[in-house]
Design a protein around this ligand. Structure first.
Ligand code: ADP
Ligand code: MG
Length: 735
């Protein structure tokens, strides 16, 4: 008998060697194997006869090989195979398929699946590039109906057949998986406990795990092939929900643990309110007011704030952060504000000095590029509490910075930090439980904070994270969204232009300059390669300086030293440059309202989220802004879709959703290596609705006394959740 936790090597047909191949795909246990789901299904229950075929449809045909051969045409080799049923014939062709040369023998029974098409010349029906499977070798003698053969038949013909992705360079074929998984299921101990609490199961009419596994690998005759194909059968729903439920249960538990900790009860009285009012340079938008209210009420309660503030580029998050900072500072606490780059930290520092310093708040900037002496001095101020608002980069978490009385941590542009870094940061701010699997361990206090209380944490992100992702990546945080732009913005006109029309584009840049407006010219560079980056940016700078000899052109790239960067940025900010040639270092946060034009060179090479971030640098004032996406050379299909999306919409959420579809969740934030849970059966894009339900149900389970659910069940579910988390986060080391 097999247990789900048994190593796959004990499944019939798998030895140590194949176990190795499977391990390469993350399949270690019987349970993993059973969660290796078919990627599609073939209806071999009702295979078509050849005369039934119609052009344009997908069909399965089971037939006997008659003959096959390779033909060389002028353009490419074509492999052709003719299969037959009695007297009828069906032609199948594969392009460029020399590898099929010795594949078929007359008399073999094959299953063919593919699109039926009419031949251009003869009009005869054929299947082009069908998927195929050899079901039976030609019978040499009469004794072919062995038990082995019967099993093969029952697994492969006369049913809805699961098709698995082959692995190990084709060594483990779909057919191999069918047999092996079938045998594992047959030998599985029949008492597989259901770890999802009964209340939840009942509410969602979930079938049992064992039944789900059987039906997903071995669909019943009545099952809809369409539902199978779209992973919407009760069996799929059960398995997908289960995976999502335990992830959400872990996140929900973390959230609750954090809430249960003792934080700081900030006072928000009239004095604090008027301190906030005093610094406001403009009327906040309704959205800004609403999110500040969320934040303020978190800060007033004793449990520590863990909030994600999401708002598109330019929606005005900074001022909200400053308002929160004032609440903390007016209560006698220090605030740490962290940004992902020095430029951004510097920019926050300048705005903080402009907006907060006049009111008497003491602000310091601590970045890696400062002289050691200066760093030491700043650290001393922080340690003594004389610095109230500390702005910096990662240096704030990575180096030994001791705060006298840290009350609030603000992390800007969260998407630039990996998930791991966020966990690290939470840990720094005292919240040790945030990294690994949720456990109810006593939090270890970090020496850098008031041992009595957890600081509040506000995380801000400019990338409009699709809700689906926010729920998983940030499910342990509360969410506030700024969904409104400050007044007086004119929509940005975005155009796509090919390289050969550059002269027209440069003419337009000149016109903008004549009207007193500024332009960014952005060039893509490969970040890993310092030399290429400097060369590419410098070369373009030279070209444009020559072209615009009468204008003031500046250069900004990531490898410049911090002082110089700052000088250039300030100059541009003050209007001292007409054109800023830059790499993507200007991507986040940079705020120059007079810049009305952006030219992005080789735009096809940028990711969608990045293009959107870049474009967010313009359209910040009342004047009309223009974004030109220049393309050189051939653009890939995905590239086309990205550019098209940029021209069509400037709605960050739409763009983020599309980006998620094009790239998949792992790549969206570079989190694949950073500890993003990897899913076995769920797909965040396809299963977004189930994810929402899973979140709701997880919250309900932890909600507290409920007659419908026993303590024993909850305990069991939590135990199971920890095992799963350990597995998904298993390799993640949390500082
Ligand atoms: P982001 O959310 O991208 O960080 P910022 O906080 O940098 O956006 O704000 C973008 C610009 O909008 C800044 O110049 C800021 O001063 C301005 N701004 C923010 N809120 C308002 C408002 N309510 N009214 C007018 N201008 C605003
Ligand atoms: Mg910002």
């Amino acid at each position: 008998m097999l247990d789900p936790s048994t190593s796959v090597q004990y499944v019939k047909g798998i030895g140590p060697r194949l176990a190795d191949v499977l391990a390469g795909k993350g399949i270690h246990t019987v349970d993993d194997l059973l969660h290796y789901l078919p990627f599609r299904y073939e209806d071999r229950l009702n295979p078509r006869t050849i005369p039934e075929l119609r052009a344009g449809e997908m069909a399965t045909v089971i037939a006997e090989v008659r003959n096959s051969g390779l033909f060389r045409t002028r353009r490419m080799p074509i492999f052709q195979m003719t299969a037959g049923q009695g007297r009828t014939r069906l032609k199948c062709i594969w392009f460029n398929a020399t590898y099929l040369r010795d594949k078929f023998k007359p008399g073999q029974v094959v299953a063919l699946y593919g699109k039926v098409e009419a031949d251009n010349r003869s009009g005869e029906l054929q299947i082009v590039q069908p998927q195929f499977e050899i079901l039976e070798e030609p019978s040499e003698n009469g004794s072919s109906d062995s038990a082995e053969k019967k099993l093969a038949e029952s697994l492969e013909i006369g049913r809805i057949v699961p098709i698995y992705e082959a692995i190990g360079q084709g060594r483990l074929t779909s057919r191999w998986f069918r047999r092996t998984i079938h045998s594992a299921l047959e030998n599985l101990a029949a008492d597989m406990p259901d770890t999802i609490p009964e209340m939840v199961r009942r509410r969602l009419s979930l079938i049992s795990p064992l039944e789900a596994l059987r039906r997903v690998h071995w669909p019943e005759a009545g099952e809809s092939v369409e539902d199978l194909q779209s992973s919407r059968t009760p069996a799929h729903v059960r398995l997908i929900f289960e995976e999502l439920f335990f992830i959400e249960l872990g996140l929900e538990l973390k959230r609750r643990e954090q809430k249960a900790q003792t934080g700081i009860r900030f006072q928000l009285d009239d004095r604090v309110r008027s301190a906030i009012k005093k610094i406001l340079p403009f009327h906040p938008t309704a959205a800004q007011k609403r999110v500040l209210k969320d934040i303020a009420s978190d800060m007033e309660t004793l449990s520590p704030m863990r909030r994600l503030l999401q708002g598109d580029v330019g929606s005005g998050k900074t001022i909200v952060a400053f308002e929160a900072a004032i609440i903390a500072m007016e209560n006698g606490y220090q605030v740490a504000l962290m940004a992902p780059t020095e430029i951004l930290a510097q920019q926050h520092y300048f705005s903080a000095r402009r907006i907060l310093e006049p009111a008497g708040y003491r602000i310091v900037l601590l970045t890696g590029s400062l002289e050691d002496d200066r760093k030491r001095e700043i650290r001393r101020h922080i340690g003594q509490g004389s610095a109230q608002l500390v702005i910096g980069t990662h240096a704030l978490i990575e180096q030994k910075v001791e705060f006298a009385k840290l009350g609030l941590v603000i992390v800007d542009e969260q998407h630039r930090f990996g998930v791991l870094q966020r966990f690290k940061l939470m840990k720094k701010s005292g919240n040790v439980g945030a990294g690994g699997p949720p456990v109810q361990a006593a939090p270890i206090q970090s020496a850098t904070i008031d041992p009595e209380a957890e600081p509040d944490v506000l995380v801000m992100t400019a990338t409009p994270i699709p809700r689906t992702l926010a729920l998983t990546l940030y499910g342990d945080l509360d969410l506030s969204v700024i969904d409104e732009m400050p007044p007086g913005r004119t929509p940005i006109v975005t155009r796509r232009v090919s390289d050969d029309r550059a002269p027209e584009v440069w003419d337009f840049v000149r016109k903008q300059a004549a009207a007193g407006h500024q332009t960014y010219v952005v060039y893509p560079v490969i970040e890993e390669n310092e030399e290429t980056e400097i060369k590419a940016a410098a070369k373009m700078y030279k070209e444009l300086s020559r072209l615009f000899a009468d204008l003031r052109v500046g250069l900004l790239h990531g490898r410049m030293d911090a002082d110089l960067k700052e000088q250039v940025m300030r100059l541009f900010q003050k209007g001292g440059l007409d054109i800023l040639v830059s790499t993507t270092v200007i991507e986040v946060g940079v705020d120059v309202a007079n810049a009305t034009m952006m030219v992005i060179e080789q735009a096809e090479r940028f990711g969608l989220a990045q293009l959107h971030q870049l474009r967010g640098r313009i359209g910040r004032g009342a004047a009309k802004s223009y974004c030109v996406l220049m393309t050189g050379g051939k653009v890939s299909e995905d590239g086309e879709r990205r550019l098209d999306a940029m021209v069509r919409t400037s709605d960050g959420f739409q763009i983020a959703e599309l980006d998620l579809e094009l790239r998949g969740p792992g790549e969206l934030f570079g989190t694949r290596q950073a500890g993003m849970p990897s899913f076995q059966v769920a797909n965040l894009i396809r299963d977004r609705q189930l994810l929402e339900i899973a979140k709701r149900e997880a919250a309900a389970v932890l909600e507290g006394p409920n007659p419908e659910i026993s303590q024993k069940e909850i305990k069991e579910a939590l135990r199971h959740m920890r095992t799963r988390w350990q597995k998904s986060y298993g390799l993640v080391e949390v500082g």
